[in-house]
Ligand binder design. Structure first.
Ligand SMILES: *Cc1c(COP(=O)(O)O)cnc(C)c1O
Length: 388
């Protein structure tokens, strides 16, 4: 068994800390250096050391990250990109051709929807939205022989709908399509889609994987070697790769993913409990609640329920906006998944671009990315902002 295979069999936390990199042979450096180099000395023409030729094709810091995230998702190969959207575009163009069709979530991340609707569509790739939580709707949207990808997020953003990954994989495969799961919200610690039948996993590593709001990046992990070859070719041919410093920051983030996620989940559970008993709060949306329609599926496929919480206030849009502007520990801002808590108004911020469409979100909705600060401080902050 190779060292890498051995590590794939280790526990999640061990893989997070060790997979993808051996202490440097020359110096013993425990952490991979930031290989700030574009090119590599060849020992005679074509005499590459370790396969390194030019840093768009491969760079040792990026290689370490790619090996690490592949081990965390239990895939065969990982690929790191300059952003989550760059990873998505590379995957789409590795697999799809003009005239093909894809099924996307009817509440997809806004940037993903825009990529399909405003960019890929112009190149002849058609898409149909369907609710990821509704298997019949997804089945109806699939055009057998034409649909190449069934693309899902679970949990979705910001309504935290849950898709049944194993059942969706069967639907996709029966129609000759691949199942792609955007695993950004769950992170590989809470959910490993490839082990449930998905063919490819996408991450915005900007979020929980990096985890410190200090880097933008993306990743793909696949389990089929033919698909890996296609993605590897396109990663190099399209060139939207993660740079060495970004790769280093993301790899550092991944080492602590397990402990961070557990604290995100602990804090989210406490915040949910508080919100559920507050008179000025209406629906609280969290897959960990038994009343959530996706609770059972989430319980089956996720280790815990994550750090994202959405809720509706009873005072309408103006109250929702007020709450967002009044918090002090929760920072008003877009993005998610960092150690610090964030609050936002999806209708006016992350989801403003879908206003007036089927993807529109309620105006009284507030979204929280619950961070890993002291839970009591988070609750006191929300209590003050809700107006007692
Ligand atoms: C942020 C995000 C993306 C896009 O990733 P970037 O790193 O911003 O390009 C894709 N999917 C989900 C679910 C996200 O939250």
């Amino acid at each position: 068994m190779s060292e890498q295979q051995h590590r794939n069999k280790s526990g999640f936390e061990t893989r997070a800390i060790h997979a993808g990199y051996e202490p440097d042979a020359a110096t013993g450096a425990v952490i991979p250096p930031i290989y700030a180099t574009s090119t590599y000395k060849q020992d005679g023409v074509g005499g590459l050391r370790g396969g390194y030729e030019y840093s768009r094709s491969a760079n040792p810091t990026r290689t370490a990250l790619e090996g690490n995230i592949a081990a965390l998702e239990e895939g065969e190969r990982g690929f790191a990109f300059a952003s989550g959207l760059a990873a998505e575009d590379t995957l789409i163009r590795s697999v799809c051709r003009p005239g093909d069709h894809v099924v996307i979530p009817d509440d997809a991340y806004g940037g993903t929807f825009r990529l399909f609707d405003k960019v890929e569509k112009v190149w002849g790739l058609d898409h149909s939205p369907a609710a990821v939580s509704d298997l019949d709707a997804v089945a109806a949207a699939i055009r057998p022989g034409v649909t190449r990808l069934v693309w899902v997020e679970t949990p979705t953003n910001p309504l935290l709908n849950i898709g049944d990954i194993a059942a969706l994989a069967n639907l996709a495969h029966d129609a000759g399509a691949l199942l792609v799961v955007d695993n950004t919200f769950a992170s590989p610690y809470l959910q490993q889609p490839l082990t449930l039948g998905a063919d490819a996993v996408v991450h915005s590593t900007t979020k929980y994987c990096g985890g410190h709001s200090d880097v933008v990046g993306g990743a793909l992990v696949v389990k089929d070697l033919d698909l890996a070859e296609k993605v590897a070719f396109h990663q190099n041919a399209m060139g939207a790769v993660a740079g060495p410093f970004d790769s280093w920051l993301t790899l550092r983030g991944l080492k602590t993913l397990a402990v961070r996620m557990d604290r995100h989940c602990d804090n989210a559970e406490k915040v949910v409990e508080f919100l559920c008993s507050h008179p000025k709060v209406g629906d609280v949306i969290y897959p960990g609640l038994e009343t959530h329609p996706g609770h059972e599926v989430a319980q089956r496929q996720m280790k815990r329920f994550g750090g994202m919480v959405s809720f509706r206030v009873t005072g309408g849009e103006s109250h929702a906006l007020q709450v967002c502007e009044r918090t002090e520990v929760f920072t008003l801002g877009e993005s998610l998944g960092g150690v610090e808590s964030l609050i936002e108004h999806p209708g006016r911020m992350t989801h403003a671009s879908v206003a007036g469409t089927d993807l529109e979100v309620p105006a009284d909705l507030v979204r929280l990315s619950v961070g890993i600060e002291t839970a009591d401080d988070l609750i006191a902050d929300l209590e003050r902002a809700l107006g007692g």
